[in-house]
Design a protein around this ligand. Structure first.
Ligand code: IPE
Ligand code: IPE
Ligand code: MG
Length: 246
């Protein structure tokens, strides 16, 4: 593993196991720089590259990135098209290096509603990295937490209907095993850039006890220093999980 440079005092032995990031602020960045919105999204992919590499180098177990929500289809068609193109470009340019870095890619969300080319690229990325044992990189595309929970409920209901499962045996573990994030640790740290303080339908279930950090910087300006500061902030928090502190 590459030893990463640290830009804030971080204890590498107490890293969050699962970091989730709502990459927000590309539109405002584009407006600030008086460029087309697509340029804002493109600038955002540069941040994405460096955060993925650095997370892998630090030894983070799972990184979940919100790239496109089920609600984002409601944006102007030109913007949706630009985002879809960026998805293709991103995987085309990154997949070899991610493979080399032993990164395991998983897409969170319903791929069936995506255009054929995008779906094929995502399936290919998942297949090519399926045996990798390093960073679990979850990219949420056409993802919504409510849709994910409804899908999990349908899957459990089918098992009950087929007589494979009793309703009394539906536990929290069973439910989480039907989520896209099955088998992954819960989110420890959730970061949302751009100063917005909401989940916007991202990992509602998985964030039950996550620590939230809301840097005000816009996503294209989010750098490793700010990332490491978020992790240092996480490490300074007292997590109680409902218990009484000693
Ligand atoms: C986040 O940036 C990226 C996606 C939703 C794909 P936005 O495009 O939401 O940026 P703002 O919120 O308009 O600044
Ligand atoms: C959430 O950001 C979705 C992604 C970052 C992909 P939005 O910008 O779409 O969320 P709202 O509309 O501000 O809640
Ligand atoms: Mg936004």
């Amino acid at each position: 593993m590459t030893t990463p440079t640290l830009y804030a005092p971080i204890d590498l032995d107490r890293l969050p196991r699962h970091v989730a990031i709502i990459m927000d602020g590309n539109g405002r960045w584009a407006r600030q720089h008086k460029v087309k919105i697509a340029m804002g999204h493109r600038a955002g992919t540069e941040t994405l590259r460096s955060i993925i590499r650095n997370s892998s180098d630090m030894g983070i177990k799972a990184l979940s990135l919100y790239a496109f929500s089920t609600e984002n289809w409601g944006r102007p068609q030109t913007e949706v098209d630009a985002l879809m193109q960026l998805i293709l470009d991103f995987f085309a340019s990154e997949i070899d290096e991610l493979c080399e870095k032993n990164v395991h890619i998983l897409i969170l969300g319903d791929k069936s509603a995506l255009p054929d080319k995008q779906r094929a690229a995502l399936v290919d990325a998942e297949n090519r990295t399926a045996q990798n044992t390093g960073l679990c990189l979850n990219i949420a595309i056409n993802y919504g937490s409510r849709a994910e929970l409804a899908r999990a409920a349908r899957s459990l209901a089918r098992d009950v209907q087929a007589g494979r499962l009793s309703p009394d045996d539906i536990t929290e573990d069973k439910l989480s095993s039907r989520l896209y994030t099955a088998g992954m640790p819960e989110v420890d740290l959730l970061i949302r850039t751009s100063g917005e303080m909401r989940l916007s339908n991202f990992l509602l279930y998985q964030c039950a006890y996550a620590e939230f950090v809301f840097p005000t910087v816009l996503w294209p300006d989010f750098d490793l220093k700010q990332y490491h500061q978020c992790i240092a902030e996480f490490q300074s928090r007292k997590r109680r999980f409902g218990k009484r502190e000693e």
